[in-house]
Design a protein around this ligand. Structure first.
Ligand SMILES: [Zn+2]
Length: 169
């Protein structure tokens, strides 16, 4: 059967190719084809979900649209969902004032390993403070859209290791 299909495919008059497309078309029209389509779509959705989860590292937060925020006054973190018309900083439930800033997650430890629960860090940049931000827990560099730690990656530099590529503007 497979040898026959091969011969058909290779036939110079294109009949084999046409037959193949016809077969493919019939396949998509069958229930099996429909199931295959659903499986492909489901895989795509699952992959998208995985990316979102990778980004936030929290399934619950990803589903509700909440993001980690940090209160500049108390240093405490909270989850916040951006609403239409919000301006920054947002109101912090800890201070009752507009001292809530987007928090960057740091997954590194002092000895360059990855921890499952991140430390949430408030970037100097958001407070209009000069200079890079170093994590208060591990002392390593934290940047906007801080990348999650991946095992085997070189950990971000500590303050002592850090050499700016160009002078601070
Ligand atoms: Zn850290």
């Amino acid at each position: 059967m497979s040898a026959f299909a091969f011969v058909q495919f290779r036939s110079p008059d294109g009949q084999g190719v046409a037959k193949m497309f016809e077969k493919l078309n019939r396949f998509w029209q069958t229930i099996g084809g429909k199931i295959a389509a659903v499986v492909i779509i489901a895989a795509g959705v699952a992959l998208m979900g995985y990316n979102v989860r990778n980004f936030t590292r929290s399934e619950g937060a990803a589903l509700s649209g909440e993001r980690p925020y940090i209160c500049a006054e108390t240093g405490k973190t909270f989850a916040y969902k951006i609403k239409m018309g919000d301006t920054f900083p947002v109101e912090s439930p800890h201070s009752g004032k507009r001292t809530g800033y987007h928090a960057e997650a740091c997954y590194w430890t002092k000895d360059g390993k990855i921890k499952p629960e991140p430390t949430y860090v408030l970037l100097n940049k958001y407070l209009n403070k000069p200079g890079p931000t170093f994590c208060p827990d591990c002392g390593r560099l934290v940047v906007p859209q801080n990348p999650p730690g991946i095992p085997g990656d070189k950990p971000p530099p500590t303050q002592a290791e850090y050499k700016p590529e160009r002078p601070e503007l």
